[in-house]
Design a protein around this ligand. Structure first.
Ligand SMILES: NC(=O)c1ccc[n+]([C@@H]2O[C@H](COP(=O)([O-])OP(=O)(O)OC[C@H]3O[C@@H](n4cnc5c(N)ncnc54)[C@H](O)[C@@H]3O)[C@@H](O)[C@H]2O)c1
Length: 376
């Protein structure tokens, strides 16, 4: 089998390192980072010779695929450059920073016909996959409501240790609304098969924090789906609160799930049954249902588990490599990436306009020009 040569842009891309190293016939062949010190540190770790400060220079090399893990505002320009250079792409979150960028992204992926996969890694957490399997097996009945919450105070990341202003000051905390929605939306959308988000409304208590940036003191975005389901997405990167970046809740007609909120807590489910009638529901540990985990999680090798998150960090990379080899479509394609990212971009408009409800475009192949807009 032909070896797939991969380049990595941005040090955060090292999170894929163990995953790639655990797959035969894949070589991490090049590394790119604007910061020379970061570049050499990362490339030494990877043992790669080909090192680039300028992304476009790496695109002239013989790599087949690239992981883009640079700051958010670099994603779309770099994805476009990579696709034009004939490379397959796995892009970090979020997909883009403006609605126009999302439309360009879809157009470019369609034009160059290379793989674009969105690296929404939170979907690959074993508990998210297990709940998905239980949804598919009918345990929850008809699922109709979910919550996803991302609490991560990033005030220490607004300025780099060397005193330079970080991109986060502008592209995250420098905007209103939910700038980082997909770690919450991605997992919960796994539990609504065949559904998509059609409209959103965002609420916020305004700016209550002392950091001197525009970002809200948390936002709550209510999302309505095509099938009439309701999602409640809370993101807060400024309030004083212990980190809790992967809290989820799911409700269906026959049962519910609540994720753990800290290391002493446990993932729990409750289903209607003889010992658990609907008026007196009892919790059970989610792990009692581990038999339903997808087979590949149950049989993950030590190498695969070592990649991180019970094998999740391996499987996301494996899905990308399988798509590059042409075996399967990308697990999270460009249209899904744009839908989830658009929720965040539209939330900024909603929250600054009295929580106006906004329609989410239906991202799909050959989307007509008249739909590439923000309807008010
Ligand atoms: N999926 C996750 O769990 C997760 C976690 C953290 C960050 N992220 C995402 O990863 C990305 C990077 O975040 P971070 O925390 O590593 O940021 P960071 O600021 O710590 O690091 C960014 C790196 O990219 C380099 N860089 C900047 N512009 C570049 C360019 N044009 N070309 C090449 N290199 C460039 C910088 O020198 C720096 O080393 C962001 O998109 C963020 O949203 C995802």
């Amino acid at each position: 089998m032909k070896t797939i040569k991969v380049g990595i842009a941005g040090v955060r891309g090292l999170s894929t390192m163990k995953g790639f190293q655990a797959i035969d016939d894949v070589e991490i062949a090049a590394m790119c980072d604007l910061n020379e010190e970061h570049l050499n540190e990362a490339a030494d770790k990877l043992g790669v010779e080909k090192r680039y400060r300028v992304f476009d220079d790496m695109m002239e090399s013989d790599i087949d695929a690239v992981v883009i893990a640079t700051p958010m505002q670099c994603h779309v320009p770099q994805v476009i450059a990579a696709l034009e250079a004939g490379k397959h792409v796995m892009s970090e979150v979020t997909a883009g920073v403006t609605m126009d960028e999302l439309f360009w992204l879809c157009e470019t992926v369609e034009k160059y016909k290379k793989v674009y996969m969105y690296a929404e890694n939170y979907i690959y957490a074993p508990q998210v996959q297990l709940v998905k399997a239980l949804v598919n097996a009918g345990f929850f009945g008809d699922t109709y409501y979910a919550e996803g919450m991302y609490m991560h105070n990033t005030s220490n990341l607004l300025v780099y240790p060397d005193g330079k202003t970080s991109w986060r000051t502008y592209w995250q905390d420098g905007v209103r609304g939910n700038f980082y929605p997909t770690h919450s939306i991605g997992p919960v959308m796994q539990w609504f098969p065949g559904d998509r988000i059609t409209e959103i409304t965002t609420f916020s208590p305004g700016v209550r924090h002392p950091y001197g940036v525009k970002q809200d003191s948390g936002t709550t975005t209510m999302c309505r789906t095509e099938k009439g389901n309701l999602l409640n997405i809370r993101t807060d990167c400024t309030s004083p609160h212990p980190h809790n970046m992967d809290y989820y809740h799911l409700q269906g007609t026959k049962g519910c799930y609540r994720s753990k909120t800290n290391d002493k807590d446990w993932h729990r489910v409750s289903f209607i049954g003889e010992d658990s009638p609907s008026h007196a529901m009892q919790w059970k540990a989610l792990e009692e249902f581990n038999d339903y985990l997808p087979e590949r999680f149950k049989t993950a090798t030590q190498d695969q588990k070592n990649a991180g998150h019970g094998g999740g960090d391996f499987f996301i990379v494996k899905d990308f490599v399988d798509a590059v080899r042409g075996d399967v479509p990308p697990a999270i394609d460009v249209y899904t990436a744009c839908e989830w990212t658009a929720v965040g971009l539209l939330s900024g408009i909603s929250v600054t306009n009295h929580s106006k409800t906004l329609e989410v475009p239906r991202f799909r192949p050959a989307m007509p020009l008249e739909e590439k807009k923000i309807p008010l």
